[in-house]
Design a protein around this ligand. Structure first.
Ligand code: FAD
Length: 442
C-alpha cells in the first residue's frame, strides 16, 4: 500500500499493546490506523503464558478464546526450588481455570481481528522508517513514513512497537538524546518441544535453576503434547550473547528439563531469543508534547520479577487510549500527563515490589526460602497462585486499602461466557481441533 492516510491516532505495532490501544480508541469513536511490519498470523518469541490478569483484560477487549486455535487452559503451576523442592500452586476457582497458554501466532492474529472489527484501519506488512513530529499548533503534527511509500499523518502516535521500539530510537535521535545503552530487564530463549511427557503436558512449570537466578526455566503446556519451553535471565548479569546461548544449551541438556520433557521430545525449530524490557520508571512514557506515547514493551511495562508482559501491554495500551479519548486529540499534553500518572499509579508500585522480589530470589538461599514459604500450607499455595497470576493485585501485600471483599471475589475471567475456559476444556470437538493444530504448525 502506498499514498497518504490521515487519521486521528496512528498506532505503530499490532502486538497486544497496539491492539488494545487501537480497539479502545476505535470504540471511543476516534479515527485510528494500526500499522505493523509483519503480516498476521506471525510468531512472537514468547512463553505464551496468560495470567488471570491477562485473561481479564482480553475478556474486556471482547476476545473469544474460541477464536484462538491453540488456546489451552491450565489448572496448576509447579514451582521447583534450587534444591529440587516442588510446590504446586492451584490456578482454578470454583472449578474454572484461571490461567491459559496460547501461541502468540494465534493470540495476536485474533487480537488484530478484534481491532479491525472495532473499526481500526489495520495495515500489515509496512515497517516504520521515518517519523516527523511538528511543533505545537501544527496539525496533524505527526507524519510517519513506512516502507513502500506509505505516509500516515496523525495528531498523536502511540508507539506499541515492542522491545526495540523504532519510534523511540527515531525520537531519541531527533531530540539529540544519547541512545540508551540497551533495553535493560530480561533476556529470554524460547522453543517448542513435542511430544512431551505427561507432567509437562498438564501443568505450567517454573524451575529456579541456581545458575539462572534471579531468572528461571519454564515449560508451559499446549494442546497436542507440545510445550513452550525457555529460560529467562537478567540482561545485566548475563554478559554476552555467547554466554546466554551457553546457558540455554546447558538448561536444555540439564537433568531437570530432559526428565520433565521425556525421551521422545524434540524441538520443533531452533530456539529464538528476545529481550524483555522491564520497569516503567526506566524510560519516559510519553513526550512532554503528548504527540508520542509509549505502551507495552516500548514503555518497558513488563514485570521486573517474572518478565511477564502481555497483561501489562494490554493494560498500558488501553490506558493510553482512554487518556487520549478522554482529553481529546486537541489536548495531547493533558492526555500524556494523565496516562503517565495512571501507569505510575497502577504499575509503579508493582514494579518496585517486583524488583525487590527479584533481589530476594537472586540467591539460591533466597529462592529456596520463597518457594518454601509459598508451599507452607494449602492456604499459602492458593494465595501464592492467585497473587502470582494477578487474580488479586500484585500490590495487595503493601496496599491494605485494597483488602476488601470485592478484591478477593472478582469473577474468574470468561466464566459463564460462551467461550468460557471450562466449557472449552469440556468440548471434545474443540479439543480435537486443538490437537490437530498442535504439532503440525511450525
Ligand atoms: C522469550 C519470551 C518469553 C515471554 N513469555 C511471556 C509469557 O509467558 N507471558 C507474558 O505475559 N509475557 C511474556 N513475555 C513478554 C511478552 O512477550 C511481551 O511483554 C509482550 O509481547 C509485549 O507486547 P507489545 O505489544 O508491547 O510488543 P510486541 O508483542 O513485541 O509487539 C510489537 C509489534 O510491533 C511490530 N513492530 C516492531 N517494529 C516495527 C516497525 N518499525 N514498524 C512497524 N511495526 C513494528 C512488531 O512486528 C510486533 O508485532 C515473554 C517475552 C519473551 C521474549
Amino acid at each position: 500500500m502506498s499514498g497518504t492516510v490521515d487519521t486521528d491516532v496512528l498506532v505503530v505495532g499490532a502486538g497486544p499493546a497496539g491492539c488494545a490501544a487501537a480497539t479502545t480508541l476505535a470504540r471511543r469513536g476516534l479515527g485510528v490506523v494500526l500499522v505493523d511490519r509483519a503480516r498476521f498470523p506471525r510468531d512472537k518469541c514468547c512463553g505464551d503464558g496468560l495470567t488471570t490478569g491477562a485473561l481479564r483484560r482480553l475478556e474486556l477487549l471482547g476476545l473469544d478464546p474460541g477464536d484462538v486455535a491453540s488456546f489451552t487452559s491450565v489448572r496448576a503451576l509447579a514451582v521447583r526450588s534450587p534444591h529440587g523442592r516442588i510446590v504446586e500452586l492451584p490456578l482454578e476457582r470454583g472449578g474454572t481455570s484461571c490461567a491459559a497458554v496460547a501461541r502468540r501466532r494465534d493470540l495476536d492474529a485474533a487480537l488484530v481481528a478484534v481491532a479491525r472489527a472495532a473499526g481500526a484501519v489495520v495495515i500489515e506488512g509496512h515497517e516504520l522508517e521515518r517519523l516527523a513530529v511538528g511543533r505545537a499548533g501544527r496539525d496533524p503534527a505527526c507524519c510517519a513514513g513506512f516502507g513502500d511509500g506509505l505516509l500516515v499523518r496523525s495528531h498523536i502516535v502511540v508507539a506499541a512497537d515492542g522491545a526495540w521500539s523504532r519510534v523511540r530510537a527515531l525520537r531519541e535521535h531527533a531530540n539529540s538524546r544519547p541512545s540508551r545503552p540497551g533495553v535493560g530487564g530480561w533476556h529470554a530463549f524460547r522453543a517448542y518441544a513435542a511430544p512431551v511427557a505427561r507432567g509437562a503436558s498438564e501443568k505450567l512449570w517454573v524451575a529456579f535453576e541456581p545458575e539462572l537466578l534471579p531468572g528461571y526455566l519454564w515449560s508451559f503446556p499446549l494442546a497436542g503434547g507440545t510445550a513452550n519451553i525457555g529460560i529467562v535471565v537478567r540482561r545485566g548479569d548475563s554478559g554476552s550473547g555467547r554466554v546466554l546461548a551457553a546457558a540455554w544449551r546447558d538448561a536444555l541438556a540439564g537433568p531437570f528439563l530432559t526428565s520433565l520433557l521425556g525421551p521422545a521430545a524434540a524441538l520443533e525449530a531452533p530456539a529464538r531469543s528476545w529481550p524483555i524490557p522491564a520497569g516503567v520508571d526506566g524510560a519516559p512514557l510519553a513526550e512532554p508534547s503528548g504527540r508520542v506515547v509509549y505502551v507495552g514493551d516500548a514503555a518497558r511495562a513488563a514485570d521486573p520479577f517474572t518478565g511477564e508482559g502481555i497483561a501489562q501491554a494490554l493494560e498500558t495500551g488501553a490506558a493510553a487510549a482512554r487518556a487520549i479519548a478522554d482529553a481529546g486529540t486537541g489536548e495531547p499534553e493533558l492526555a500524556a500527563r494523565r496516562y503517565a500518572a495512571e501507569v505510575r499509579r497502577t504499575l509503579g508500585t508493582e514494579h518496585r515490589m517486583g524488583r525487590a522480589l527479584s533481589g530476594l530470589v537472586g540467591s539460591a538461599g533466597g529462592a529456596e526460602g520463597v518457594v518454601r514459604v509459598a508451599g507452607a500450607s494449602r492456604w499459602t499455595r492458593r494465595a501464592a497462585g492467585r497473587w502470582l497470576f494477578e487474580d488479586v493485585p500484585r500490590t495487595l501485600p503493601v496496599t491494605p486499602s485494597s483488602w476488601r471483599r470485592e478484591t478477593f471475589e472478582r469473577p474468574v475471567p470468561y466464566s459463564g461466557a460462551p467461550g468460557a475456559l471450562g466449557a472449552r476444556e469440556a468440548d471434545p470437538a474443540r479439543r480435537s481441533g486443538e490437537d490437530r493444530g498442535g504439532l503440525s504448525r511450525g
